[in-house]
Structure formats: structure tokens, C-alpha cells
Write a protein that binds this ligand. Structure first.
Ligand code: ZN
Length: 629
């Protein structure tokens, strides 16, 4: 029997960053949104899946429209250096200034960076200032790995004290959030410049005072939507802890406990949750009223109006009514009610069938989007000891330590890349790669992929399959100009396409600019190449190319989950395939009547033309453009 050796088409750099259990959120289908895309208090709960995308897009589009409105004088403590991998902090301070360009800002800001060793240096810098709302003892690191950061203004100038923790897993995105967060505080304080002796911070409810800088901070800290959504999912999976539980009653309670502070201090028990639960509240307010609405609210409070009066003026609804709606909304995003109620409603979510190595189904983010598992192989190495298995456990592997082996972690990474790109779909995992006892890959037979595609065709209605992706392939091509090997895969890709189920394959990462991998070279498949998300977006030199066969381009890298749930980076056209297929399902949910060719036309019409210096030209699938159309 002829053996086709399928290889995983991506390179992985595990960063060892551990995420929290990342449960899924926002399961309401986008078809429920009203056509204008307007979010209001009356529809926010049913459209909760749109909130994060809308506000991230708004923030990341609007800051680019303005220049920085202030200047920053940065000083580093004698022992202090930037976190590993950090870019110039000025970039993120400026982004925050640009975002708040419609609001008064100080003309100058003093920014002091300190670490554990330099805390007393920072305190001395504070004493040397002409007054401050901060006290020296607030500028401290309780240990080398935990430091405070404060931002504000006093009189005419901004004051930022940025503690830099020294720890192995201090991710730069946390640092970038801190920068934009603290400068947002500076803008908050500065809205009271007409009454310079007024500190507006304690006039805001605690959940708002910290929730607002978190919204600008996190949105600016994650320059791509997928990683913002992944980060947000992690925050949504934190146990209820001091909140008691995530019922709307408990969230309502949170709003009253974390309301206006006493003696400038929030209730210390509830305080940690103003940074996440408070953040989700202000994120929703921002999605409803626009990000500037939140600073307008600060402006009114700074001019002497009460929070309640200011809220009514900005949002046109009383805080007591709004807090009931927000409590219900926040409760549902934590409890993911829609997952529970809709998991068995097969008409509700489209399903992406992903063919790959194996899948860690114990990861909450994956489990909650998984609709089914099946194993189809030429070998008797499915988890039940045969060559076919359907149902729970089918994507698993025996011995089970092979799940995290580098030969088999690919499936988990690919599924996480897909679900991060579209929280409104389900995944059917199809295990097609067998293993030896020592976790080596078994060869894939010539019939494996056709058998899997045939099975998917026959079960397309059972699982509501709307697209199929496989981030595997090879470059053993024929020598003729028609270089694509013809197998039974062609037959099933054609049949599936005729049923309006596109099949996505990667072009490969071999830097071949004339020929793409099999099976992406099958004309009726959707061949996906990779782009580097630079400015402008550029076709990756690693991405194989054939102008006649390539269909679309998608990002070549993404944050992914590894078996066990740790976070890492993935790179390769493997990744591009999953992002493209997941985005395709977003389009088919929005526009269910489109055929494959009509969808490709829409992508070509709305997408971004991309190229590189070796003339690999094509279209980048711009999903935001299509969603916001
Ligand atoms: Zn803060």
C-alpha cells in the first residue's frame, strides 16, 4: 500500500505561560444582532457575544486617528530595566494619550519606572514633586515579583509610578496594560483640572474607577483581537471567590459593595474584583455608549455632579435600572448560560470539523465548544483499540502521556487557534494520526483522509458540519506542471464543496513560490496561505505559493493552548488554515445563503490585497470588515 506521509505544518514555541482555565463566553449567535450593530441596554444581554469584539475594534481603530496629546518624561531607577521582550513603553503611553484625544490631558507627564530594589528611589522622586495625591508608602514592591503601579495627575502635570515586577512569567502584555491603564488614571484625574484641589478618584464608584482603565489598558495591550479574546476568556474562568457566586443577584451585590469608596479606599475584600468584574461592566458601558462615554462620565463627576446624575446624563438611563441589566449581562457571561442551553441545538451553531493528531478535551475552553469526537485511522490505535471510534474519548490517545508529546500536541493547538477566532461555532474533532507506544506518529495511509472526508459527508447533518479543516499535508508533488497528486481525496472534497461545505488545507511552509502542498493543491479545496501581521500586512516568505491555486490568506501565527492548558505561540500555515476556516464560519452565520463561490467573492471584495517582494499576491480575509459591513 502506498503511504502518504502527512506532516504537521507548523512550528511551535511554547512560552510556558500558564493560563487560567479558559472557559468560553459569548455564545449567542451573531444572527441575533440587530442589523445596525448598535448595542443598547435593551439588547446587550442577547448580543453579549459582540461586546468584546466591538469595543476592541473601536479602541484599536480610534486611537490611530489622533496624535499623542501630551509628552512623557521617563526616568528609570538605577537598578530598573524593562521587562524582557518589552518594546519602548512610550509606544503604549502614547497609544493611551491618542485614545483619549478628545479629553483634556496634562502637557507633560513624569513617568518613573522602579523595581523592588528601587522603591525608595521612586519614593524620593515622589517627595521631590510639587505635591501629589499619592503617598510614598504606596510606591512599593511587596517582593521582587509584586510591585505597585500608580497613575494620576496633580496640578498641571501627570505623575506615573510604574513598578516593574521581576519574575519569569511577567508577560509584556501585562506591562503594556499597566502603561495604558495608569495613563488612563492620569486622564481621569486631569478632568478635574478646573478644581485642582479635587481628587476625582474617590468620587467614582470603585468598580468604575478601576474598570475603565482596564478596558483601555487591555484593549491596547493586545494588538490582535484573538489574543484579547483569549485573555478575556481566562478572566471569565476565575472562580467566584469573594463574590459568592456568579448569579445576577451576587453581581448586583458587588456593584453596591464596590460602589463609592470610603476614605479613598474600596472595601478591601471586594477590591480585587473591581479589576475584572468591574472591567466587564465598563467594557459593556463602552460597547453601548462608545469608549468616550466613560470619560464623559468622569468629566461630569469632576465638575461636581453625582455619579448617579452623571450616569443618567451620559447613558440616558438611571444607574439603578442600568445596574440590573449589567448584573444580568455579567452573570450570563460568567455562567455562559447560552452554552448550556444551546449545546444540543444543532441548528444554532455551525460546526467546524478539524482533522488532526489528538485533542486534550480536559481544557475547559475546548470542552465547551466541542460537539463531538471521532477517530478514523488505518491502524487499530484509536483509544478503543480499533481503527474507528465515535463519541467521548475518541480524540484521546493511549498511552495518555502521548497527548502532550510534540508529535501529538498539534491537534490541541489547532483547535484552540480555531475557537479563539470564532467563539460562535462548535468543533467536531476527527483524529486521523495514529501513534506508537513511544508516542511516534504512525504513517497515514492513502485511504485515511478520504475515509475521514466520506464519514464527515455522511454525518454532515448529524453534526451540522459547515466547514472542514486539516492542518496537515506534504510536499511530495509530481514533476509535471500538473503537480498535484490525484487521489480519492479529490472526489470527497468535490462532493463536500457541492454540499456547500468548504474544505480548508494549508499551502505549506516550504518557501516554494511555484507549488503549494498536497492536498491544498486540489483545485476545489480552499488553499490558505499565511501572512505576517505587520503594517502593512505582508505575505510570509515561509508560505508556499501558486497563483492559480491559492484562495485566501490568514495570519500565520497565533496564541494557542497546549495540552494541559498552558499558553504558547504557534506559527505556520497550519494556523492560517484554522483562522481562515473559523472566520469563514462567522461569515456563513452572518450570511447563511451564500455559496462557497459567493463567499470567496465577498472575501475578495472586502479583503486586503497583500503581497511580498517575491510577488506572492493575494487577498487577506478581513473578517472585521465583513462583520461591520
Ligand atoms: Zn488602577
Amino acid at each position: 500500500m502506498k503511504k502518504l506521509i502527512l506532516v504537521a505544518l507548523s512550528v511551535f514555541i511554547a512560552t510556558g505561560l500558564i493560563t487560567n482555565n479558559t472557559n468560553l463566553v459569548n455564545k449567542t449567535s451573531v444572527v441575533n444582532s440587530n442589523s445596525s450593530g448598535l448595542l443598547e441596554f435593551t439588547n446587550i444581554n442577547e448580543n453579549r457575544n459582540l461586546v468584546a469584539t466591538k469595543i476592541w475594534n473601536e479602541i484599536n481603530q480610534s486611537y490611530k486617528k489622533s496624535k499623542p496629546q501630551t509628552s512623557f518624561e521617563m526616568e528609570f531607577g538605577p537598578n530598573t530595566s524593562l521587562p524582557d521582550g518589552s518594546v519602548d513603553p512610550l509606544i503604549y503611553l502614547n497609544k493611551a494619550s491618542q485614545l483619549w484625544s478628545e479629553f483634556k490631558q496634562p502637557s507633560i507627564n513624569k513617568v518613573y519606572f522602579f523595581n523592588f530594589k528601587d522603591a525608595s528611589w521612586a519614593q524620593q522622586k515622589l517627595r521631590n514633586l510639587n505635591g501629589s495625591w499619592f503617598k510614598p508608602e504606596e510606591l512599593s514592591c511587596s517582593s521582587p515579583s509584586v510591585c505597585a503601579a500608580l497613575g494620576g495627575s496633580f496640578g498641571e502635570s501627570g505623575q506615573l509610578f510604574i513598578g516593574i515586577p521581576v519574575r519569569e512569567k511577567y508577560h509584556v502584555n501585562n506591562f503594556y496594560n499597566t502603561l495604558a491603564h495608569e495613563y488612563t488614571h492620569t486622564v481621569q484625574y486631569y478632568q478635574a483640572i478646573k478644581t485642582p484641589r479635587l481628587n476625582p478618584y474617590p468620587l467614582m464608584p470603585c468598580w468604575f474607577a478601576e474598570g475603565q482603565p482596564q478596558v483601555s489598558g487591555w484593549s491596547l495591550a493586545y494588538p490582535d483581537l484573538n489574543s484579547y479574546l483569549l485573555h478575556r476568556k481566562a478572566l471569565l474562568s476565575i472562580p467566584a471567590g469573594v463574590l459568592g457566586d456568579y448569579s445576577s443577584e451576587s453581581i448586583k451585590n458587588f456593584f453596591s459593595k464596590a460602589g463609592l469608596s470610603k476614605n479613598n479606599k474600596c472595601d478591601s475584600v471586594i477590591r480585587p474584583r473591581i479589576y475584572d468584574t468591574g472591567y466587564f461592566a465598563v467594557e459593556a458601558l463602552s460597547a453601548i455608549g462608545g469608549i468616550n462615554s466613560t470619560m464623559n462620565l468622569v468629566g461630569l463627576i469632576s465638575s461636581g455632579a453625582s455619579f448617579e446624575d452623571s450616569f443618567k446624563r451620559v447613558y440616558g438611563i438611571s444607574w439603578s435600572d442600568a445596574s440590573i441589566i449589567l448584573s444580568e449581562y455579567i452573570s450570563s457571561i460568567y455562567l455562559k448560560e447560552d452554552i448550556k442551553t444551546n449545546l444540543n441545538d444543532k441548528t444554532f451553531y455551525p460546526t467546524l470539523a478539524i482533522l488532526d493528531t489528538a485533542l486534550d478535551t480536559s481544557i475547559p475552553a475546548i470542552r465547551s465548544q466541542l460537539i463531538g469526537e471521532v477517530c478514523i485511522m488505518d491502524w487499530n490505535t484509536c483509544a478503543n483499540g480499533s481503527s474507528f471510534m465515535e463519541g467521548s474519548g475518541s480524540s484521546g490517545i493511549i498511552p495518555d502521556n502521548c497527548i502532550s508529546n510534540k508529535n501529538f500536541s498539534h491537534g490541541t493547538q489547532m483547535v484552540s487557534a480555531a475557537i479563539a477566532s470564532n467563539p460562535n461555532m462548535k468543533v467536531l474533532f476527527v483524529r486521523i494520526i495514529g501513534n506508537t507506544k513511544s508516542c511516534a506518529r504512525q504513517n497515514t495511509g492513502i485511504n485515511t483522509v478520504p475515509n475521514a472526508l466520506k464519514w464527515l459527508y455522511e454525518n454532515k447533518d448529524k453534526y451540522n458540519i459547515k466547514a472542514i479543516s486539516m492542518s496537515q499535508g506534504h510536499h511530495n508533488l509530481l514533476r509535471s506542471t500538473k503537480y498535484c497528486p490525484v487521489t480519492n481525496v479529490d472526489y470527497w472534497v468535490d462532493w463536500l464543496s457541492k454540499s456547500n461545505i468548504p474544505v480548508f488545507f494549508p499551502t505549506g511552509n516550504g518557501r516554494d513560490y511555484l507549488r503549494i502542498d498536497w492536498p491544498a493543491c486540489i483545485p476545489s479545496s480552499i488553499a490558505v496561505g499565511g501572512v505576517e501581521m505587520e503594517n502593512p500586512i505582508r505575505v510570509s516568505f515561509n508560505s508556499n505559493y501558486d497563483k492559480n491555486l491559492i484562495d485566501i490568506f490568514a495570519p500565520i501565527s497565533a496564541r494557542v493552548l497546549n495540552p494541559g492548558g498552558s499558553e504558547g505561540s504557534a506559527y505556520g500555515t497550519s494556523v492560517s488554515v484554522q483562522i481562515a476556516a473559523a472566520r469563514w464560519l462567522s461569515i456563513s452565520t452572518l450570511k447563511p445563503s451564500l455559496t462557497i463561490n459567493q463567499t470567496l467573492d465577498l472575501i475578495n471584495k472586502t479583503g486586503i490585497p497583500v503581497t511580498n517582494s517575491v510577488n506572492s499576491n493575494g487577498i487577506y480575509l478581513d473578517i472585521d470588515k465583513i462583520i461591520n459591513e
